[in-house]
Design a protein around this ligand. Sequence first.
Ligand SMILES: Nc1ncnc2c1ncn2[C@@H]1O[C@H](COP(=O)(O)OP(=O)(O)OP(=O)(O)O)[C@@H](O)[C@H]1O
Length: 354
Amino acid sequence: MIKLTHIEKIYAKGTKREVKALKDVSLTIEEGEIFGVIGLSGAGKSTLIRNINLLERPTSGTVEVDGKDLTAMKQVQLRVERRKIGMIFQSFNLLSSLTVAKNVAFPLELEGRLDKEAINKRVAHLLELVGLSDKADMYPAQLSGGQKQRVGIARALAAEPKVLLCDEATSALDPKTTSSILELLLDLRDKLKLTIVIITHQMEVIKECCDRVAVLDGGVIAEMGSTLDIFTEPKEELTKRLVSSAVRRGMPELLRHTQIVPNYENGYKAVVEILFLGPKADSPVIADVSKCCNAKISILAGSIDHIRKVPFGLLVVEIDGDEETIHIAIEELKKRVHKVEVLGYDRRKQLAEY
Ligand SMILES: Nc1ncnc2c1ncn2[C@@H]1O[C@H](COP(=O)(O)OP(=O)(O)OP(=O)(O)O)[C@@H](O)[C@H]1O
């Protein structure tokens, strides 16, 4: 649905203030996909999303949406094609002097394709879609942040776009309201077969609703993959740092002051991180392995979470036994869970045996 090919964006080209905001970015987003873009401040996220609807024109490269090359179009044709791309913003951008219904009707009135009755019908349908039928005659100042963003979404969908761009759309909202807006986006994607691109600094947003993610670093795509892979097996240091706010990995607090060595030594215990995914997340793996290998396994830290509604559990355990027993226990764990990583070996006294 969206294809960016070798996109480069240079601001103030040829001047002392020249900034290369995007460097040779290529990516394809499939129809019906919810695609997230993350990165540090200044990485080029806003520039990237604004290049999709040509709010910013790329310095070089092509932007295709729904099979058409927007970069090759004249202004008149581009205006028509842009109707296929809606956009919502962090600051909602509503007109304060207009009611909710009038805000949603505004782009349709500007377009001038539909008569008044058809516009009213469409607005009523859109407000129903976003759950605001009872707020049609209110003004933006009378709405909560979440309700304002729902109006923003209804307005963005007025021209029946195929693509919805979300520029930090939930950044001004509290976590509960953010979740309800994300639920709405997931619902709209399914009902309207929308393709959605989200740029955000909120990892929870990516975790809750994106199918795939690109990590931007200095205008370059540093890593791209399914949300599950990006959160459970990040490869780049930057990705690890970004996702660590949503998924705590590595040494638990308990071992912060313990000396951990990389290889087994006599009398040491293995500190192992275990990642469970899907239905296995609640099976009695530790008890099973402990029993079958005769290893003493203590749980040091653990959490259960969801990525795209898939249960995802992380445990850090300590395995006590001789080298052979620890090796067998690790191999048995590997057969039963998504991923096992030995974080090191320590010599603390066993805390609580399983
Ligand atoms: N209109 C502009 N003129 C000149 N430079 C710009 C312009 N817009 C963005 N830049 C620069 O381009 C780079 C990328 O900016 P961009 O806003 O795309 O990053 P971002 O990842 O969205 O950052 P943030 O998360 O802080 O919004 C930055 O160095 C920024 O200063």
